[in-house]
Design a protein around this ligand. Structure first.
Ligand code: ADP
Ligand code: MG
Length: 481
């Protein structure tokens, strides 16, 4: 038996997502990324005595949105608690968080893995505020503190210890990122720290019921690093156990420069944060109506749309899931499908030439100039044989992507409309037949594959405007007679 098969890996992830509100969780300070240090710091953020925070309704709404998207039960009676601890970038001396009543309970996120679909069970989603930032690399002698981030609204999405490979963890974070972006509660930017993941990892002998001692790995700032860190950690743990050692419960950090983890601290006994309900903040009770109105406004979720794209529009699994990678892409497809029933062509155009040109211009479907109805018109003139696909994609599309012109008009202006008038075509066909007597003779002797060459030559002669279907028919008539 392989050593890896002897052990089962157990993973639970904690993901912090920064909510896309305008202002902080308990005051009006902006949460915009990249502002000059310590400029978004009102007395409330700084925790001055006598200030009175109040709860940001939009943040509560976003947390509920995410809970509904993750099939959670929404808690009606909520309050915020103070989690007391000292930290240089925590000006109040406590973090305002939820304690016994997370706003969302249970739920799951469906992921696709090599062996099919899996529901990753959630323990909870709760709301809390972010701390500020300690910066150690500006000054040689001092740690600098930027409190702009202090008080930024976060949700923490906590799974059960239910994943069993780094691949599952990878798929889960990928799906979570797609979800938060899709419903617009977080920008999902891991480099800027809008989405942060801590991985809890343990191993146990296969068949064992008890969970092994876990290690929590922090500082995973990309989805790839989540996977890598878990792989590294599992290997390290197996090594320890195989050598008769014991795994210590630790908090570790991942160093992406050399693919290792190192210990930050051994876990002390459970910290006593002396939680208590924050007396400055009113508990908030959510009505069924409020929750219902948020549910009603939620867009169709990506896996629902993927299914619809396959079933109602006949797309392949691959096309459907590619189109549902981002909401703007799926919306574009839906908008185009209202103007053209050639759904396969819409998908092909979008995932082929459109995507290519958008990538080249470093932009995406959320900023596309070409309107969905214009793409539909373009597809129609190709289907009607007025312009062939290769001319349409190489000559018309780049112009349309900048200007959203009427495709047929543009094709006429650029003299790209296919000639299907038999008289013109016949002249070109005759000319090619005359130019290539040897090839014609070979063809007549049975080398029928040469038809492609003749069609190509006629197309060249016509500067791409000859309708290849009619040209093929004409050539065959003449050569076979
Ligand atoms: P803590 O109190 O140390 O934060 P929790 O019980 O709240 O621990 O769990 C935090 C995260 O760790 C959850 O995502 C949970 O699924 C995961 N987890 C808990 N125990 C284990 C374990 N033995 N192995 C892997 N993950 C675990
Ligand atoms: Mg934890």
């Amino acid at each position: 038996m392989e050593i890896q098969d002897k052990y089962e890996v157990v993973i639970g992830l904690e993901v912090h997502a920064q909510l896309l509100t305008q202002s902080k969780l308990f005051c009006g300070d902006s949460i915009a990324f990249g502002a000059a240090p310590n400029t978004h710091v009102s007395p409330i953020t700084l925790g001055h005595p006598g200030t009175l925070p109040k709860t940001n309704k939009k943040a509560v709404e976003y947390a509920i949105k995410m809970g509904i998207a993750c099939n959670c039960e929404i808690e009606h009676r909520n309050y915020f608690a103070r989690k007391n601890y000292f930290y240089p970038d925590l000006p109040k001396g406590y973090q305002t968080s939820q304690h016994t009543t997370p706003i969302c309970k249970g739920g799951y996120v469906t992921i696709k893995t090599g062996s099919g679909e899996k529901k990753v069970e959630l323990n909870r989603i709760h709301m809390e505020e972010d701390a500020g930032k300690s910066i150690h690399d500006i000054d040689e002698n001092y740690t600098c503190i930027d409190l702009n981030r202090a008080g930024t609204p976060l949700i923490e999405i906590v799974t059960e210890p239910c994943m069993h490979s780094s691949e599952e963890a990878y798929q889960y974070v990928t799906e979570l990122r797609r979800l938060v972006q899709w419903i617009g509660v977080c920008d999902g930017n891991m480099e800027e720290g809008s989405l942060r993941c801590d991985a809890n990892v343990s191993i146990r002998l296969r068949g064992e019921k008890e969970l092994g001692t876990k290690v929590e790995v922090k500082n995973l700032n990309s989805i790839r690093n989540v996977k890598k860190a878990i792989d590294v950690e599992v290997k390290r743990m197996i090594g320890i156990v195989e050598n008769g050692g014991t795994i210590l419960q630790q908090t570790r950090s991942f160093d992406a420069t050399n693919d290792t983890t190192f210990s930050l601290r051994d876990k002390e006994d459970a910290n006593d944060y002396r939680y208590f309900a924050c007396p400055d903040l009113a508990p908030f009770h959510l009505t069924e109506d409020f929750i219902g109105s948020i549910a009603a406004a939620l867009p169709a979720l990506p896996n629902v749309l993927t299914k619809k794209f396959k079933e109602a529009f006949g797309l392949s699994e691959y096309d459907a899931s590619q189109l549902c990678d981002e909401k703007a892409t799926a919306d574009y497809f839906l908008a185009a499908s209202a103007h053209s029933t050639n759904y396969k062509a819409i998908a092909n155009w979008m995932l082929g030439p459109l995507k290519q040109l958008l990538n080249d211009a470093n932009t995406s479907f959320s900023n596309i100039v070409l309107l969905p109805e214009t793409l539909a018109s373009l597809i129609k003139i190709v289907d009607d044989g007025k312009v062939n696909f290769s001319v349409a994609s190489s000559k018309l599309l780049p112009v349309l992507m900048q200007s959203n012109r009427e495709p047929l008009e543009l094709a006429k202006e650029l003299n790209l409309v296919q000639v299907s008038d038999t008289n013109d075509l016949e002249t070109w066909v005759n000319e090619i037949i005359e130019q290539m007597p040897d090839k014609v003779a070979e063809y007549k002797k049975g080398k029928k594959g040469l038809i492609g060459l003749f069609v190509g030559e006629v197309k060249k002669l016509s500067k791409g405007k000859a309708d290849p279907k009619i040209v093929t028919d004409l050539l065959q008539q003449k050569l076979n007679s």
